[in-house]
Write a protein that binds this ligand. Structure first.
Ligand SMILES: Cc1cc2nc3c(=O)[nH]c(=O)nc-3n(C[C@H](O)[C@H](O)[C@H](O)COP(=O)(O)OP(=O)(O)OC[C@H]3O[C@@H](n4cnc5c(N)ncnc54)[C@H](O)[C@@H]3O)c2cc1C
Ligand code: SF4
Length: 330
């Protein structure tokens, strides 16, 4: 482990300036991702850790149609919010199916969005080939052991999964990320926040170095919408998703008036399933429609031998969550 300086600013502007001016500085929120990477795995070397936990970015406020969630709000606090229970139940389900109670009490919403991949080769600095850790070095996972990896948005350069549960309903909802940089504020829809691996898997999102997530704005579902989150995993708790799906449906007289659908456990980024939504909108809420949506959502996967099983599993995950939310029997 390399030595680093630890600082704890009290104001947002000071924190942003500190990190923006120092290419070897990084923010520390709950630490559940960062401390592993720096202290345990030795994957990330930092000169300065800027602890943001004293910044006034914790808390939830409700507007007419949206919920504004401070970046330092913990996963557990968000799950316990009454508006989330009432108007965003699939967000609550995704949160409570993630990590463990201990982790959720430390882990923040901003940190969840920016969590790094669980790819074992990325997290093991003794492995030479990892384009995400060492650009241009190759990808050990493509020919190695790959199970918790992506099949959508993946390519030979990198098949690393974005493993967040929370972000799956958030992309389905068109949540917006509010950002503070040295030059001012900006807002980015979460669906445009992440970057596909392309030739530079080390570039994961649109944040410039030093930009701070201050808040996430989450549109509320209509009162008559129904939603659900299904997470399929190797064991019943404290495990990342093999596949997951978040769905919200507005059904009128047996017809799907409005569908929102997003996938986890399969994408290099949390995946909005827009083509599947288009197919669902205006269609009868029946199993045939659900299967057709699943086929569209999993079109053109990139699989390796260890991940090929995910294609059918993801389709079944989609069908099952649509059945659950709509109340249609299999
Ligand atoms: C054992 C284990 C199991 C887990 N299981 C799950 C799971 O099932 N589902 C799931 O969704 N997640 C899971 N996680 C991931 C967990 O949710 C994340 O580690 C956590 O949300 C990160 O939040 P944090 O506050 O601890 O972030 P940190 O570790 O403090 O930071 C993470 C990264 O984000 C940056 N950062 C943090 N906040 C900001 C901000 N406001 N602006 C800009 N940059 C920021 C940091 O610099 C760092 O790079 C698991 C983690 C562990 C360790
Ligand atoms: S999948 Fe991505 S993170 Fe994992 S070894 Fe390959 S390049 Fe690295």
């Amino acid at each position: 482990m390399n030595a680093f300086e630890y600082v704890r600013p009290d104001d947002v502007a000071g924190a942003v300036t500190m990190v923006s001016r120092d290419p070897h500085a990084s923010y520390l929120a709950g630490g559940t991702t960062l401390l592993d990477l720096v202290l345990k795995d030795g994957v990330v070397e930092l000169g300065r850790v800027v602890d943001i936990t004293r910044l006034p970015l914790r808390g939830i406020s409700r507007g007419d149609d949206t919920l504004r969630v401070g970046a330092l709000t913990t996963m557990e606090e968000l799950a316990a919010d009454p508006t989330v229970t009432e108007r965003l139940p699939f967000v609550r389900e995704a949160l409570l199916l993630g990590a463990s109670p201990q982790l959720r009490n430390m882990a923040t919403v901003g940190g969840n969005i920016l969590q790094r991949t669980r790819c074992r080769y990325f997290r093991d600095p003794t492995v030479a080939a990892c384009n995400k850790r060492a650009p241009g070095s190759g990808c050990a996972a493509v020919t190695g052991v790959a199970r918790m990896h992506a099949i959508l948005g993946a390519r030979a350069a990198c098949i690393a999964l974005h493993a967040s549960d929370l972000c799956v309903p958030l992309v389905a909802l068109d949540a917006v990320v509010h950002i503070q940089g040295v030059g001012g504020k900006r807002s980015v829809p979460l669906t445009e926040f992440y970057v596909l691996p392309g030739d530079r898997p080390d570039i994961e999102n649109v944040l410039q170095h030093g930009e701070l997530i201050t808040e996430v704005e989450v549109p509320l579902l209509p009162v008559n919408a129904r939603s659900g989150y299904l997470k399929v995993r190797d064991r019943a708790s404290y495990e990342f998703a093999l596949t997951s799906a978040a769905a919200a449906l507005l059904i009128e007289d047996g017809t799907i008036a409005r569908a929102r659908l997003a996938l986890g456990g399969v994408g290099t980024i949390p995946r909005r399933a827009r083509e599947a939504e288009e197919l669902l909108n205006g269609a009868p809420a029946v199993n045939q429609t659900f299967r057709a949506a699943a086929e569209v959502a999993l079109r053109d996967p990139f699989t390796v031998s260890g991940t090929a099983f995910k294609v059918e599993l993801a389709k079944r995950t989609i069908v099952r969550i649509l059945q659950t939310v709509s109340g249609v029997q299999s």
